[in-house]
Design a protein around this ligand. Structure first.
Ligand code: PFF
Length: 450
């Protein structure tokens, strides 16, 4: 491995920069998404509540944060895309090719993540308008919605909104959008948390979420918690690496890592304090699975005073969280194509979104209108999710840990860590993270089963 310090300021460097608070908001915006509000509550429900939550926190802090710092440092060191930054900080070409795995992963994820984001927008509109609560058959409503063309239309709306933000660029688009919506999201979350905590019987939900039952934990929960910590921090998809390229040299990456991790946990924690008290208060099983949010919660909202308002706010919150994540996902292939093919930002944004939309159509239909769109018993949507989240994400994470832990000579300087913290970081990157991430990969890809 050769070091090319002169490359760090070469003419191919991108010139766009975040302000320091703008970067923190944008990165929290990327991290906080459907993962926190939709997936986290139902997997916590499935794996036994508080004990799983604690395991998730441990995985996030011990493995997630070191990998997050590595992504940010590689990005800022290289000032390129999720592929070229590896080479620009001194890695051989092969690392750039490996980095492309993340670019592809981000592209695939947009194509199906935006579908679920579209459901949340549809639900927000239909809750506010009162339509959602006009018919108490919420399972029927969800199935009707899924079996029509509406999911595609709403996905298109999500993609267009995402494009309108990203096309404006890093500071006038991504930063501004997140600086307004991320604090707004916190206010909405707190309002809903107060509503949930004051429902009759809310205490049982709180204790399910906060009193651990360790007997429920096993090796599988560890791997699920770790996989989710990665997804939740937006790791392994090049998103944090790409955002890192826009961070000023004067910003402390260590502090930023703590702020992003803390922000992600805070939003997940409050989401838990909304969902569990509500589900317990209305006698709903929190292990209900993906339908929890779209089927079980509307039933709860419909039975509470001002349910249309609170339900509308809840789905709006989900939609905002999802949009700040799709924005970060889109920036990954956009940065890549702008650099690689010298496309303008506008051209990159709309071509990539158009392709995501095309790829999204079979995913959206495979869950409803065209449920025959499946292979080996798995719907097209689930295949996309499987390939991106279960295969490419851990692979992307592994590449980052191995590169920063073993190959990158400039890691200490770029991270800005003091000697003691640097040693701890390196230890995690070399010996702990790769082994555990490899296990996650073997587990999610189906090689090892419990
Ligand atoms: N972190 C987001 C969530 O929890 O919903 C999802 C995500 C966004 C994953 C961006 C990966 C990514 F690059």
């Amino acid at each position: 491995m050769k070091s090319h310090p002169s490359n760090q300021n070469s003419s191919s460097d991108n010139k766009e920069r975040f302000s320091s608070s703008g970067f923190i908001f944008a990165a929290i915006g990327s991290a906080v998404g459907l993962g926190n509000m939709w997936k986290f509550p139902y997997i916590t429900g499935q794996y036994g509540g508080a004990a799983f939550f604690i395991l998730f926190v441990v995985c996030l802090v011990a493995i997630g944060l070191p990998v997050l710092l590595a992504e940010l440092a590689i990005g800022r060191g290289g000032r390129g895309s999720a592929s070229s930054s590896f080479v620009k900080v001194g890695g051989q070409q092969i690392w750039g090719r490996l980095g492309m795995i993340s670019v592809i992963a981000a592209f695939l994820i947009i194509s199906f993540y935006s579908i679920v984001a579209g459901w949340t927008l549809n639900y927000a509109v239909s809750a506010f308008s009162g339509n959602l609560f006009a018919n108490p058959d919420f399972t029927g409503q969800f199935n009707d919605f899924m079996s029509g063309r509406k999911p595609i239309v709403w996905q298109l709306v999500v993609l267009l909104l995402t494009g309108l933000v990203v096309v404006k660029g890093v500071s006038a688009g991504i930063e501004k959008f997140n600086k307004i919506l991320i604090p707004g999201l916190l206010i909405l979350l707190v309002v809903l948390m107060i509503r949930s905590l004051t429902l009759p019987g809310a205490g049982a939900g709180v204790s399910f979420f906060l009193n651990p039952d360790w007997s429920k934990l096993g090796a599988e929960s560890l791997l699920v918690a770790l996989g989710h910590a990665f997804f939740s921090l937006s790791l392994g998809m090049g998103a944090m690496l790409t955002y890192g390229a826009y961070v000023e040299k004067s910003q402390s990456l260590g502090m930023a890592t703590l702020a992003i991790g803390g922000g992600d946990l805070l939003y997940a924690f409050i989401a838990g304090l909304i969902i569990f008290p509500t589900t317990f208060s209305f006698g709903i099983n929190p292990a209900e699975g993906p339908g929890l949010v779209f089927i079980a919660l509307p039933a709860a909202f419909s039975a509470m005073p001002f349910g249309a308002l609170f339900g509308g706010l809840f789905f709006m919150l989900l939609a905002i969280a999802a949009l700040t994540s799709t924005v970060s996902l889109l920036e990954v292939p956009v940065a890549y194509t702008m650099e690689r093919w010298k496309w303008t930002r506008t051209k990159s944004v709309w071509i990539i979104l158009f392709l995501c939309f095309l790829l999204g159509i079979p995913s959206a239909l495979s869950l409803g209108a065209a449920s025959n769109l499946n292979l080996g018993g798995k719907a097209f949507f689930d295949w996309m999710d499987f390939i991106a989240s279960n295969l490419l994400l851990p692979l992307g994470g592994l590449i980052v840990t191995v590169f920063a832990g073993y190959y990158w000579k400039g890691a200490a300087a770029e991270s800005g860590l003091t000697a003691w913290w640097f040693r701890l970081w390196l230890f995690m990157l070399r010996y702990v993270a790769p082994i555990l991430v490899l296990f996650v990969f073997l587990h999610t890809s189906g090689v090892i089963k419990f």
